[in-house]
Design a protein. Structure first.
Length: 430
């Protein structure tokens, strides 16, 4: 720490971040990096370790047929631009069949392209073009839940013997003659995490929208079904997956009576329907969850051994405490995801953060990261406002410089590279 700001170690060089007028220091930062790093060489073990990844939200990215909706052919048309700006891999947000209750994160068919975005032939053409340009395609894999319009859920609700335990079901309880949910668990999207199903005469668990029932990952048949989803898309030529909301995958196991305990009141909210009303000690970050990622990584390894080619990767989304995030890298006996997302800068920095805060968030990842693993840096995604809107337009270029010069790989959201900010539109224009 100097009188003027904070020195950060960047690829074994040192860069000074100052608290005043950070954007005006961008040229100085680049110059320092060039001077200090010009004689350094780095031997990457695999393509992804120093890659720049570019998240694309297909629906709002590029419309190829003027119907007002972005599509896969639109993505294909932009691949040469991604190559030009140095993108090694693009992560595509969901484009699978969906009723769109949650913008595609409510999937009704895990192996079919939604006609809104094109056809399977369009997808295959996109993959072929990406391979021609040596750009990797990373798919959004949404394992925690399906749509309630998914055939698996419909059969589960009908008590089909194969599917009846694919989801978390409970008869609920009756208090003073009134039927009530099994416990006080709350949905991320507000209200009870339990929804009554008139056909089955039971409640089902949904940690997100009521149209997104949670899978029962303690059922080995569910695990194998999702394993087969991965294998299907690997056969289609994808280079990896970004695992969505993995920390919700398991809940505490039911007791001998089939019941689930209430979660303790947090004191952070006075509204029992608010997600912050309880401490989520039974519905997120259960001990089994990282082992599910280890299982999926093994599937990729087995596929690699059989088919060869460049290393397939797993990105892992979890908004967990940093010590828990580190479990997703793997343990002494198994590898996990190569890239458990580093949300330190997304979650813990704001427009009023100074250089000390940046230094703290960057160095914290290195302090916790297991030996032999690769750091990653995320500054934005589809769940957050744009960098320019969160930190100020004058800091956009400096953020991009920081993202690209820190050791490891980087993940950025489409449009951040050109300094886009949040644009508010009316409901009628959506």
């Amino acid at each position: 720490i100097s009188h003027f700001g904070v020195w950060l170690t960047v690829r074994s060089a040192y860069v000074l971040l100052t608290t005043s007028n950070m954007a005006s220091k961008a040229f100085l930062v680049v110059t320092l990096l060039a001077l200090c790093g010009c004689s350094l060489t780095f031997a990457a073990k695999s393509w992804w370790e120093t890659a720049s990844f570019y998240q694309i939200y297909p629906r709002s990215f590029k419309d190829s047929d003027a119907d007002g909706v972005g599509d896969l052919n639109g993505v294909t048309s932009v691949l040469p631009y991604l190559k030009e700006i140095g993108i090694a891999g693009t992560w595509l947000s969901p484009f699978l069949e969906s009723p769109m209750a949650d913008f595609g994160y409510d999937i009704s068919n895990f192996t079919a392209v939604d006609p809104l975005f094109g056809t399977m032939e369009d997808f295959e053409h996109m993959v072929a073009k990406a391979k021609e340009l040596n750009i990797k395609i990373i798919l959004d894999f949404v394992p925690n839940h399906s749509s309630d319009e998914c055939d698996w859920f419909i059969k589960s609700a009908a008590r089909d013997p194969v599917y009846k335990d694919y989801y978390i079901w409970h008869p609920g309880k009756v208090v003073d003659g009134v039927r009530q949910p099994p416990n006080n668990w709350v949905s991320v999207f507000y209200g009870s995490a339990w929804q009554w199903h008139e056909g089955r005469q039971e409640y089902y668990l949904h940690q997100f929208d009521k149209k997104q029932p949670d899978f029962n990952f303690r059922n080995p048949e569910v695990r194998e079904a999702m394993n087969n989803v991965l294998r299907f898309w690997l056969d289609k030529g994808v280079d990896g997956f970004r695992i969505d909301a993995i920390y919700h995958a398991f809940e505490i196991e039911a007791d001998e009576n089939g019941d689930y305990p209430d979660e303790p009141v947090s004191g952070w909210s006075e509204d029992p329907q608010d997600y912050g009303y309880v401490r989520h000690i039974y519905t997120v970050d259960q001990w089994e969850t990282p082992h599910l990622v280890y299982e999926w990584r093994q599937i990729l390894k087995d596929y690699q051994a059989k088919h060869g080619g460049d290393e397939r990767i797993l990105m892992v989304e979890t908004w967990s405490p940093i010590d828990i995030v580190m479990h997703y890298y793997g343990n002494e006996t198994a590898d996990g995801g190569q890239i458990p997302f580093n949300f330190q800068m997304v979650s813990n920095l704001g427009g009023d953060s100074d250089a000390h805060h940046y230094s703290e968030m960057i160095n914290k990842w290195f302090q916790y990261m297991p030996a032999g693993r690769t750091p990653n840096w995320v500054i934005g995604n589809h769940d957050k406002n744009r960098v320019g809107s969160r930190f100020g337009p004058e800091r956009i270029d400096l953020f991009n410089i920081l993202l690209l010069t820190l050791p490891g790989c980087s993940i950025t959201y489409n449009g951040e590279e050109i300094g886009m900010t949040v644009v508010w539109i009316s409901w009628n224009d959506t």
